[in-house]
Ligand binder design. Structure first.
Ligand code: SF4
Length: 338
């Protein structure tokens, strides 16, 4: 049994013994970042031996590869149980370090512009495997103060484990990461957005919009066929209403697909009056895919139209573009070489 995926209460219930054991064990795993029961030196030896027989401390991620870029972005490839390959990225911003985590190995959403979905879904990652990505990177980069669930996988397609991870990483007995510093990204799974608003109101929601209307969106994101934009925007309004937090809309700028000035005006009309923020992203071009990034000039003009309509807009810095930093790219190179 994976004790690193359990809350303090669950550990206490499971291991029995003294009432404070749950907190002690949780603290060793999520604060002291130990990976073996031997290191939990304030537990009696016979008790540690007993724990070893029943529990494992998550899956010990093995670092396979690290790739650094000039802008201090670092990409990590980890090997988890069952030979699963996980990809994570560390990014350095003026406000500190941010880690982009994978929530699934692969993805079944099939977005046409994304490398992660090209081989389908292998499996969901456990809460402890999400934590382990942060903790492994933290050993090298101690100043992580933001976590974004925007790597391989659709976090809300692995809803229970995603929510459990947020509980574990923000727990006062462990890493104590503020929930406000956690961003959950989704391609727009409406029922889970509503659920998240009700259960995890402090986290930030980022929605991959990538289009100003359903006809373009359905081509880019097959999941959009089940979740039309008017309903998606209603779910986002509910999120804002419930959480008092603005929703971030991610918009990858793809040449000739979604980047015309007509598209910009359409998007501006759609989002006018909403409490939101648009991130325009330079599209990360993928080998073998006939999609190109919009030019810087087009992105600027697109941004001007949105800003001119009163919509908060940022052009996101393209980090790590020389190291296959778009989600799934590096993982795919390893899978292809097997
Ligand atoms: S963009 Fe996100 S949801 Fe879409 S295929 Fe890639 S990982 Fe999955």
């Amino acid at each position: 049994m994976d004790i690193a995926s359990m809350t303090v209460e669950e550990i206490s219930r499971q291991v029995g013994d003294k009432p404070y054991r749950g907190k002690q064990i949780f603290n060793w795993i999520h604060k002291q970042l130990v990976t073996s029961f031997e290191e939990m030196t304030d537990l009696p030896k016979p008790f540690r031996e007993k724990l070893k027989l029943t529990y494992s401390i998550g899956s010990n991620l093995r670092k396979l590869k690290t790739v650094h870029s000039a802008d201090q972005t670092t990409k990590y490839l980890f090997q988890a149980e069952n030979n699963t390959i996980i990809e994570s990225v560390y990014m350095n911003y003026h406000f500190g370090g941010s880690v982009c985590l994978s929530t699934q190995a692969g993805c079944r959403m099939g977005c046409v512009f994304c490398a992660s979905g090209q081989n389908g879904l292998e499996r969901n990652l456990a809460p402890s495997e999400l934590c382990a990505q942060v903790y492994n990177i933290q050993r090298e980069k101690p100043k992580i103060n933001h976590v974004v669930l925007m790597g391989c996988g659709e976090p809300l397609d692995n809803y229970d484990n995603t929510v459990k991870f947020i509980k574990l990483i923000s727990d006062e007995n462990g890493r104590q990461l503020s929930r406000r510093s956690i961003t959950v990204s989704t391609c727009g799974l409406i029922p889970q957005i509503i659920k998240l608003a009700d259960e995890m109101p402090a986290v930030t929601l980022a929605v991959s919009l990538h289009a100003p209307n359903d006809s373009i969106r359905k081509v880019l994101i097959p999941a959009a066929n089940a979740f039309p934009m008017p309903e998606l925007l209603r779910a986002c309004s509910y999120y804002t209403h419930k959480t008092r937090r603005q929703v971030t809309y991610e918009y990858s700028m793809i040449k000739g697909v979604n980047d015309s000035l007509i598209n910009a005006r359409e998007l501006a009309k759609l989002l006018k009056g909403s409490i939101s923020h648009v991130n325009l992203i330079r599209f990360n071009e993928l080998k073998g895919l006939d999609l190109r990034s919009s030019t810087d000039d087009t992105i600027r003009r697109f941004a001007d139209i949105l800003s001119g309509s009163g919509i908060k807009t940022t052009i996101r810095r393209a980090l790590g573009s020389n190291i296959n930093a778009a989600c799934g790219q590096l993982r795919n190179t390893i899978l292809a070489s097997r």
